[in-house]
Design a binder for this molecule. Structure first.
Ligand code: AMP
Length: 457
């Protein structure tokens, strides 16, 4: 049995559920389709004596969370807090600011949503003011965070709303009028609404900046600072970032007061839960190599990364032609097309999703058995984000990276970052033949010569 044979990505590897899920379960809606305003789910049946016993014994109770929230996470099948949750939740419950270095896949969403729900529900309803604001860079992440708020908050009375760009504003205005306690938003649309006077932050006591490094990469830093400035006094602030570049440190210095510092090392995540390998392959042979990999029945659900939007489109068309059903998502696709592609990938109707880095950021699909780097990323950190889509929350996944001759230096950067030599198959790629010189009209050299000659040197 290969290592992959021994891995199943169904719930059999997930913690066994002690209770029946009471609704929906893990954020499972297509991204961004959470209702724009969600009323708190009606309180479900009171907990049974068995449930009360499990809640009392749960490690989530030991970190200080309210029983109603512990009940939800147990219903989700979570048995113990992940390292980032174990470290962040106690500080957040103590109302300390937190600077956390943790990437997607570590359970960071629950690490900030649970303490917020705890505080908001303990404080009881306030006169219709937004009391917690979560900023996140992409609409997919915003949808997922809102869905997590719905799932984890199903036994408490906390309303949430989600707003992001690329869709009509009307539904979101309506959601804001419904007085959410918790608002999840992307910075651009939020600023728009602020400038139109449609959203006020007088009552905000909790502020989360999620994926701060991505916010900076995507050029949102000024928007974020303007939004933070509009918050009253100093709300409790939690800043999450996958990397701790100097720019994040300086952003954190301006926003956090005496923060507790938490770090969940990406090295542990990648090494422990993802089997990584590299295939040396000539650029021209990559498609055939990909078809080979996808032909293996171990590949239950594969996310394939390309460097460019154009590359993602081209590759998905070629796979389609080869009879491999697949979808592509990237920044040029409409919100509707992205959601449809993700929904079909989630449901298993499509086995292969081709994506670019920005589009894939925040994709949280369970059971991705393989991440395939058709192109290596230009930025080594993106490799860690990419492979974090598989091997999530303790399951084991596989990451296979194709490396052509002109990508050797990118591979060196990645290995340096993760401080690991990756196992390689295939022959070291010979340098690719230099591209034929672009056809230059015969006259061109003459022109240059003439121009140069015209100037006295
Ligand atoms: P995140 O890093 O927030 O994107 O979470 C990654 C995945 O981990 C999600 O699918 C969560 O449902 C799952 N998860 C979060 N916390 C736990 C936990 N304590 N135990 C098991 N799974 C978890």
């Amino acid at each position: 049995m290969s290592k992959i044979d021994s891995v199943t990505f169904s719930n059999s590897r997930r913690p066994r559920r002690r209770f029946q899920k009471s609704s929906g379960g893990r954020p499972a809606r297509p991204n961004g389709t959470s209702p724009a305003a969600a009323r708190p789910a009606p309180i479900q049946r009171p907990a049974t004596p068995e449930q009360l016993e499990a809640i009392a014994a749960s490690a989530f109770t030991k970190v200080g969370l309210a029983p109603a929230l512990v009940r939800s996470v147990i219903e989700e099948g979570y048995e113990t807090p992940t390292p980032v949750q174990a470290q962040v939740i106690p500080h957040a419950l103590d109302r300390r600011d937190v600077l956390a270095c943790a990437q997607t896949g570590t359970g960071k969403t629950a690490a900030f949503i649970l303490p917020i729900l705890h505080h908001l529900s303990a404080a009881g309803a306030k006169n219709g003011e937004i009391r917690a604001l979560v900023l996140t860079p992409t609409r997919e992440l915003a949808g997922q965070i809102a869905e997590s708020a719905r799932v984890y908050g199903r036994h408490v009375e906390v309303r949430h709303a989600v707003i992001y760009g690329g869709v009509s504003q009307l539904r979101q205005e309506k959601a804001l009028r419904a007085s959410p306690d918790l608002l999840v938003a992307t910075p651009g649309r939020l600023l728009d609404l602020m400038q139109q006077g449609l959203v006020r932050f007088d009552g905000v006591t909790h502020f989360v900046l999620d994926e701060a490094d991505r916010m900076l990469d995507m050029g949102f830093v000024h928007d974020v600072k303007r939004i933070a400035k509009a918050l009253p006094g100093h709300p409790q602030t939690l800043l999450f970032s996958a990397t701790m570049a100097p720019a994040i440190d300086s952003l954190a210095r301006g926003m956090l007061e005496n923060p507790a510092r938490v770090s969940v090392s990406p090295k542990v995540t990648t090494a422990e839960t993802v089997e990584q390998s590299v295939v040396f392959v000539a650029k021209a042979d990559k498609q055939a190599a990909l078809r080979d990999v996808l032909g293996d029945e171990d590949v239950e659900r594969a996310l394939v990364f390309t460097r460019t939007k154009h590359g993602a489109n081209r590759l998905s068309k070629q796979l389609d032609r080869a009879g491999i059903s697949c979808e592509a998502i990237h920044g040029n696709k409409s919100q509707g097309a992205r959601e449809r592609a993700l929904a079909s990938f989630r449901s298993g109707a499509t086995r292969v999703l081709v994506a670019t880095d920005v589009a894939a950021r925040g994709i949280d699909v369970e059971g991705i058995s393989h991440v395939i780097n058709f192109d290596l990323p230009n930025v080594a950190e993106s490799y860690v984000h990419r492979i974090g889509r598989t091997g999530r929350a303790g399951a084991v996944g596989r990451a296979i990276s194709f490396c052509a001759a002109d990508e050797r230096s990118l591979l060196v950067d990645i290995e340096r970052l993760i401080r690991t030599r990756l196992p390689v198959t295939g022959d070291p790629p010979a340098p690719e033949p230099a591209p034929a010189p672009a056809a230059v009209p015969n006259r061109a050299p003459k022109k240059r010569w003439r121009r140069r000659g015209a100037r006295p040197s």
